[in-house]
Design a protein around this ligand. Sequence first.
Ligand code: NAD
Length: 503
Amino acid sequence: MSAVLAESLAPARYVPAALPATTIPVAAGDGIGPEIMDATLAILKAADPALAFHAVTVGLKAYEGGLMAGIGEDTWQAIDQHKIILKGPITTPQGGGYKSVNVTLRKTLGLYANLRPCVSYHPYVTALHPTMDVVIVRENEEDTYAGIEHRQSDEVVQCLKLITRPGCERIVRYAFEYARAHGRKKVTCMTKDNIMKLTDGLFHKVFDEIAPQYPEIATSHMIIDIGTARMASRPTDFDVVVTPNLYGDILSDVAAEVAGSIGLAGSSNIGHDCAMFEAVHGSAPDIAGKDIANPSGLLLSAVMMLVHLGRAKPATDIHNAWLCTLEEGLHTGDIYRDGVSRRKVGTREFAEAVIARLGQQPKKMAAVDYPEREPESLVHPDVSIPPHVNAKKALVGVDVFLNWDTDTRDPNELGAALEGLAGEDFRLALITNRGVKVYPNGNPQTLRTDHWRCRFPALKETVDGQAISRLLMRIADAGFDAVKTENLYTFDGVRGYSQAQGE
Ligand code: NAD
């Protein structure tokens, strides 16, 4: 269906808003991408004729053209010019070397906030929880998704979990600003700071610092495991949830499924200068080209895009027409249920049904009414540098990680050797294996891999980098393989490193 044809499907009495012209770069994507994008653009064009769409190259076509990130130069230029992109799902080719388009776009464009509304449309779409309406605000750039991984020995690989104060500040502020702008009543922070006291602890701390600046919004904190369980069992306890990257990724898929179907979930990726809108689901190669895919996830993402652009009327009209279509039982195969649905429709027919209902209000489900706002009026939080970021930093020791292997892997043997290498600047305080203390006085039950963390606190109050270099030289000269070091600092006298289990 072409966008031009779609205009003629709009009911005669429907008067689209007269809005300024604007151009949206559009990446159709792979698999079902082109068909759901075609359907979505037809609906957009009917409700907002001043929109122009500029097709750009992303996904398989770009990969096949030798671009390992799957993104054409034309895409970067278009985003640079228009600061926005509507993107279909991408198939990432299997095998080494190919980079995820999504991760590359999110990181390169600084799209730090990933918003995933999860709403149930009961009784028209079967849902585990009929009255669910939650927005997950997921941090989108940091955490283990920074993608800094290293293999350090035969047996041990590591992934660096990076959480930064500016990163926490802007995502937490964004969640509160979003809640305020959209009349949401409560923001819940989810972390695992009972275990990761420094990284998740910082996220939680920043949340507690910022929350009082939004006194009209209720707040709570939950540990992510019970929080995820509660999202499945009692999602109505939640309104807006803000959480680090990995937890947000998992939690939002759980929430979308509990709400009815991941196929209905839209999302936005918001940065300071740019924004990307895409469905949560993938390219569904199993049903590609059959005109049976549900375009709703992409369509609701496009509605979020219109709201972001300050085009409230077409956003409201499309959303309500879509609710009417659901209510009237015109359902694509993925949500079709005997006794609930009236007719099974394909992708094109579904889009035509939405267009034909532009200007109508749903009769049973609550209609939406997006308020008129300036484009991007959601204030982008400025990242402040509070005084304690300039804390007095003191070097008080070093953790040296060794790749060490013998037949016995006896920590007492390693300990005795390292005690002799500590020198006049350090003492050997302990050795851990996978974070568990094995020397001195370890428990023989502890699994011992070939990767040992050896903690050398300074004998004096502080130490300098040269002393650490001399220690490392002695360790190397003794034939040990130091695979990594972590300096131990205090900040304003507070230790900036975790204690070992059993320390
Ligand atoms: P998927 O979401 O593509 O499909 C999972 C199941 O849901 C399939 O049975 C599919 O038919 C169905 N489904 C998905 N969207 C649907 C829709 N709109 N209408 C009806 N049914 C729908 O997940 P997958 O199979 O794990 O991944 C397929 C490909 O998509 C992979 O290459 C993956 O890397 C990619 N992917 C891309 C994105 C993205 O670009 N944002 C996200 C997730 C997965």
